[in-house]
Design a protein around this ligand. Structure first.
Ligand code: G6P
Length: 367
């Protein structure tokens, strides 16, 4: 049956509002809410026995892979290479015999990633795919597949499929950590609890629509926008910039907050919004000091943070959007939602074709 957009103006808006349900459905698939245990189906490789992991994907799915890399390295102490498929397939990287790879894709049909899959299999790698379409080529040809339970995604720019990919990768990181004896039962329970709170936090963030729309009014006037984040929020800064480019056609760059002084700081003036993902936590002070540098150069700092972070950032930020205080582990999933919502509102204000942006395709099946 055809998917409708109900009372929403665009599929993208509808799909953004499906975040709480999709995240709940996906997490329930891999996490037992009673025992707080991660339950993964049989994987094509033993995470305790591998020495390296390759991640390959395109577009937003690649950014999910970058977050996965931070999580898996941190929780499972397993070295991870994350690459865009179009580079991976021609890079001819040395791969250990019997090594492991994860491919991430909403459609499961993206040509470059399909080529990466075939190359990995030829090189004797054990390939697990994280896909949204169960009957897709990637799901069929991989040695194993974990499904995101996002339902059909019609908007060309990925939203709910992206956060669902993060939810699956979060469960994988915990599962790998346990298999490799890097996580105690206590740690696992604590991380699982953080993930179980994600759907309700996602709903609370969506209720801040009016505030995010007000921020969009400012951003829509800009010619260039800079997104900053650190650690696992660096890929989310990239996702914010990608989404804004894709649907509003405003030039945007995502940068690791600490790298700002090595280039983008030269662009900062009173015309450039600097959108920061800066929750309180271990990396807060570092990012806050980068933002202060931006403000000192006349930059217009607009920060997504929590109440604790807001106290410090309000001293120099032009705008602070206070999100719920969430467990550090889940910040990439939850902070992705307001940056996607921001891009959506900017695009609507600019009057672009939100669901079918020019020159882009939902599924890129040619190289
Ligand atoms: C296109 C879409 C993106 C998506 C990318 C990868 O560029 O516009 O939203 O992230 O393809 O697609 P996949 O289906 O492999 O996740």
């Amino acid at each position: 049956a055809a998917v409708g957009r109900g009372n929403y103006r665009h599929f993208m808006e509808k799909e953004l509002h499906e975040h709480p349900a999709v995240l709940g459905d996906t997490l329930r698939q891999y996490l037992d809410p009673k025992t707080l245990e991660v339950r993964l189906p049989r994987l094509p490789f033993d995470p305790a026995k591998i020495t390296r992991l390759t991640i390959s994907a395109c577009g937003s799915a690649f950014l999910a892979g970058m977050v996965g890399r931070y999580w898996i390295e941190q929780l499972a102490r397993l070295p991870v290479d994350a690459d865009v498929a179009s580079e991976f397939r021609y890079r001819n990287p040395p791969l250990a015999e019997g090594g492991a790879a994860i491919l991430i894709s909403q459609s499961g049909e993206t040509a470059d990633n399909m080529a990466a899959l075939r190359l990995l299999k030829d090189a004797g790698q054990h390939v697990l795919s994280v896909v949204n379409v169960p009957e897709s080529s990637m799901a069929r040809e991989s040695h194993g597949a974990l499904l995101t339970v996002a339902g059909p995604e019609i908007g060309v720019a990925s939203t709910k499929a992206f956060t669902a990919q993060l939810a699956v990768l979060a469960c994988l990181a915990i599962g790998f950590g346990r298999a490799r004896r890097e996580l105690s039962t206590l740690d696992e329970g604590r991380l699982a609890q953080t993930l179980l709170e994600v759907p309700s936090h996602a709903a609370a963030i969506l209720e801040q629509d009016a505030q995010i729309r007000a921020l969009a009014v400012e951003v829509a006037k800009a010619r260039d926008v800079l997104f900053l984040g650190r650690g696992a929020l660096y890929p989310i800064a990239l996702e914010g910039a990608l989404k804004l480019k894709e649907i509003s056609y405003i030039h945007a760059e995502g940068y690791a907050a600490g790298e700002m002084k090595h280039g983008p700081i030269a662009l900062i003036d009173s015309e450039v919004p600097v959108i920061a993902l800066c929750p309180s936590g271990p990396l807060f002070e570092k990012t806050a000091s980068n933002l202060q540098e931006a403000a000192a150069r006349g930059g217009r700092v607009m920060a997504f943070t929590d109440a604790e972070g807001a106290a410090a950032l309000s001293r120099f930020a032009e705008r602070v959007i206070i999100l719920p205080k969430v467990g550090e582990f889940s910040t990439p999933i939850l902070y992705a939602i307001p940056v996607q919502l921001l891009a959506y509102h900017v695009a609507v204000l600019k009057g672009t074709d939100v669901d079918q942006p020019r020159n882009l395709a939902k599924s890129v099946t040619v190289e």
